[in-house]
Write a protein that binds this ligand. Structure first.
Ligand code: APR
Ligand code: ZN
Length: 246
């Protein structure tokens, strides 16, 4: 692994505009389940039922039970992988984090320029009366039961995340595309790259001439697309990259 870490460090140190792209794998060491791979959430839940806009409208409670399992049982604290990315941004080695994750752990770790392609849990809206709630309040209610709107009693409380069947936030998508097209190094961490349009970003980076680096705990079958592949856990590899870039 050392040889590949050295390669990645060289790319990062010479980079003018390095960008990082993350998936659920970077939050696995914070206790948040990934969607695919061993013990993935989609082995236990039907995404149509718990993560599509059709399923949500039919039965919001199914989503909230899923959300409780996904977010309330985890430590929900950043791990050394998130912290290393925040450090690399502070050192001006990386310019942006493009994430598919909705857990806000990059921001909690101190990353500033975070582009959340699939939105985040930060705010929850009542689809009936448009009242807005903060996640912390909703999470406290979710411990005991599925949340309902305290203004109108509606069960249609929806977090600002992108459900299957919904479009990605256009402004974030545009900014993420600009960052990717500008990148001369593009580091993909902890993603199966199975869900488009997010999964298309490494291609955009490569066509823009960027050196592409993959960090993943498992073999993804996409290794040939990358200039450098580091097989390892994000929480172990990223701190080594940050350490070497000091
Ligand atoms: N370090 C690095 N990689 C890891 C780790 C780890 N500690 N643990 C797991 N991985 C890898 C897995 O091998 C897998 O390739 O992270 C990847 C996680 O893949 P997915 O679970 O498919 O997550 P992601 O790519 O983010 O999914 C994309 O799919 O269901 C939708 O909206 C959901 O945003 C999500 C999208
Ligand atoms: Zn309401």
């Amino acid at each position: 692994m050392d040889k590949f870490i050295d390669e990645a460090v060289n790319y990062l140190q010479e980079a003018e505009h390095a960008v990082v792209f993350t998936g659920s794998g970077i939050s696995a060491e914070s206790g948040i389940s990934t969607f695919r791979g061993e013990d993935g959430l989609w082995e236990r839940y039907n995404p149509e039922e718990v993560a599509s806009i059709y399923g949500f409208r039919k039965n919001p409670a199914a989503f909230w039970h899923f959300a409780r399992d996904l977010f309330l049982k985890s430590t929900a604290f950043p791990n050394p992988g998130h912290e290393a990315l925040a450090q690399l941004e502070k050192m001006d080695v990386i310019k942006a984090v493009i994430t598919q994750n909705i857990d806000m752990l990059h921001q909690k770790a101190g990353s500033q320029n975070v582009l959340e392609l699939h939105g985040s849990l930060d705010k929850v809206d009542c689809l009936n009366c448009t009242r807005e709630f903060n996640w912390d309040h909703i999470a406290s209610v979710l411990e005991k039961d599925c949340p309902v709107c305290e203004s109108c009693g509606s069960k249609m409380l929806k977090p600002r995340i992108v459900f299957f069947g919904e479009a990605l936030p256009a402004g974030t998508l545009k900014k993420a595309r600009e960052e990717t097209e500008k990148s001369d190094v593009f580091l993909v961490v902890g993603s199966s790259l199975e869900v488009y349009p997010a999964a298309g970003f490494p291609d955009i980076a490569r066509y823009s001439g960027a050196k592409t680096i993959l960090i993943n705990k498992d073999i993804t079958g996409l290794e040939d697309m990358f200039h450098t592949v580091i097989k390892g856990k994000a929480g172990e590899v990223l701190p080594r990259l940050a350490e070497a870039c000091i």
